[in-house]
Design a protein around this ligand. Structure first.
Ligand code: 5GP
Length: 191
């Protein structure tokens, strides 16, 4: 891959999902959400930091008076991968009671983070709670998840770009790529 400005160390591999594929699929998701939520505009809840790019594009593909809020979570190191317990670093500003909440997530790996968040958000009394995940890693989920909208199912390798980082870098790559670095970082560390 040639992106010397963004990737001086040459750790960015082949394209997994291209800019064009992202644009087309996000338009389709936006249309489906627009149809499904007609008359009950959702509150879009993004999970920082990885979902910021997807939220920006998805929200503009939805033709409804949506509201947007963000929360930030951080993992408890390796415990997260076994228990799915996450720490809420930034909570929502919005009151969820009676709202139609649509969680906008960048990537689902084990699914434990999302499963925790769903329990956490249900406790706030929303009228409905659904998930729109851009990427889902095939064969990795360790918990039953109800994902209403999925962008792409991808092989279970570590990926970067389009919001997804390694050590806080590479989020600004416009497409999703494989990562060629020696060490696969602790998943969930940078969110
Ligand atoms: P899960 O709880 O589903 O195992 O992990 C979800 C979180 O881990 C994602 O929101 C994301 O922050 C991080 N993550 C999982 N897989 C990847 C990946 O391939 N690349 C990057 N950069 N982050 C990932």
């Amino acid at each position: 891959m040639s992106a010397p400005g963004v990737d001086p160390d040459g750790v960015v591999g082949e394209v997994v999902v291209s800019e064009l594929e992202l644009r087309r699929r996000i338009d389709e998701l936006g249309t489906a959400i627009t149809d499904d939520y007609a008359g009950r505009p959702p509150l879009l809840v993004g999970v920082l930091k990885g979902a910021f790019t997807f939220m920006s594009d998805l929200s503009r593909a939805i033709h409804l008076p949506v509201e947007i809020d963000f929360m930030a979570v951080s993992s408890y190191g390796s415990a997260t991968r076994t228990s799915g317990v996450v720490r809420i670093v930034k909570d929502l500003d919005a009151d969820l009671a009676g709202r139609h909440v649509l969680v906008v997530e960048d990537i689902v790996d084990s699914g434990l983070t999302l499963s925790y968040l769903q329990r956490y958000l249900w406790a706030r009394g929303p009228a409905s709670l659904e998930v729109c995940a851009l990427l889902v890693k095939d064969g990795r989920q360790r918990t039953e998840l109800d994902l209403r909208y999925v962008g792409f199912r991808i092989p279970p390798a570590f990926v970067v770009g389009y919001g997804l980082d390694v050590g806080e870098r590479l989020r600004n790559l416009p497409a999703v790529h494989t990562y060629l670095g020696q060490q696969v970082p602790t998943v969930g560390g940078g969110r």
